[in-house]
Design a protein around this ligand. Sequence first.
Ligand SMILES: Nc1ncnc2c1ncn2[C@@H]1O[C@H](COP(=O)(O)OP(=O)(O)O)[C@@H](O)[C@H]1O
Ligand SMILES: [Mg+2]
Length: 363
Amino acid sequence: MTCDCAILHNAATETEKAGSREVIYASCNARTEVGAIAESLRHAGYSPCVIAVGASEAPAKGGVLGDLIGELKGLAPKFVFNLLEEIDGDCGMEMAAAGLLELMQIPFTGSDSFSLGLALRKYHAKLALDAAGVPVPRGVLCAPGDEDALSSSGGALRLPLIVKPVREDASLGVNSDSVCRRPEEVRRQVGYVHEVYRQEALVEEYIDGREFNVSVIGGTGPGDEAPEVLAIAEIDFSGMPEEEPKIVSYRAKWDEGSPMYRSTTPVCPAPLSRRQEGLIKEIAIQSYQVIGCRDYGRVDMRMDAEGSPYVLEVNPNPDLAPEAGFARAVRASGRTYQDVVLGICRAAMARGRLSGEDVLYAF
Ligand SMILES: Nc1ncnc2c1ncn2[C@@H]1O[C@H](COP(=O)(O)OP(=O)(O)O)[C@@H](O)[C@H]1O
Ligand SMILES: [Mg+2]
């Protein structure tokens, strides 16, 4: 079959970290976004090919990379719709795959390798946001073997604290024990992150209050449309069992049978005063620009009891499945999924024309 564009995504992984409380649920692997994006592209007259990346696809001799380069070279797509978030459970590979597309000079949708990488490094992203004047929860980084850092710099933080792995997404490492009210709980949870996730723990002041997901479209580069907030969604935590923290933990995201899943219902658009809405939008766009996102993204925020918003993280590659938050925000803004998907493709192709590349490197 000939195709003129490609949808790149990661093959579903079944790898679970040893000792992890974050187990694989069926919904973690359901990638309904691939089918929905393919459908939108076909509807607009494109002929997309789908490329799944990951060892579960039994790589040939050159490994995953060899396979991918060969496939991209063979297809020579006009653009790639990039839905790849990790390779075989390693989310650090998200930026590497975008880097490969950059090297091969294939236009692709979504953020570039730099922004994908920066956003994933939550502590560095926080430093960048803070330096630009974006309000973020105060936090410290605690490396394995350096638990003393906690008593020195961590002592300046005000309890309760939340502990999470510094470079994961999808709420990996975020569970019922992540919100800590006593120093010994913080130490235990930092130990959990070190042992299971083998990376630094990010220890942050816990923002007790409302949570918002702010979906943004547009870009920050030359020729890109200015960023624009689609709609603000709020997570409704009412109904959360008394003993559970009001957070979007791993089980809240993926374990459809759990009480946490049932008590983290998105409400879009969120009920907000005009002033609150304006403030949240302004902070979301500023955050999106600081991380350098393009085409689409989602900024996660919490608001404390005084009504001050704080940015938790910027997601340059949120789930585009029709039932996920981004698509909900698209509809709440009066747009159609199809139109936004095509707008994203057009932006990628326009970037391709801007950089004038139609010649692939000799890979
Ligand atoms: N500083 C914080 N204060 C309050 N809740 C937080 C904080 N950091 C994270 N959370 C909770 O944990 C969830 C996951 O954290 P987040 O930083 O967004 O990681 P992920 O990339 O895994 O989504 C958030 O949606 C929120 O409910
Ligand atoms: Mg998040």
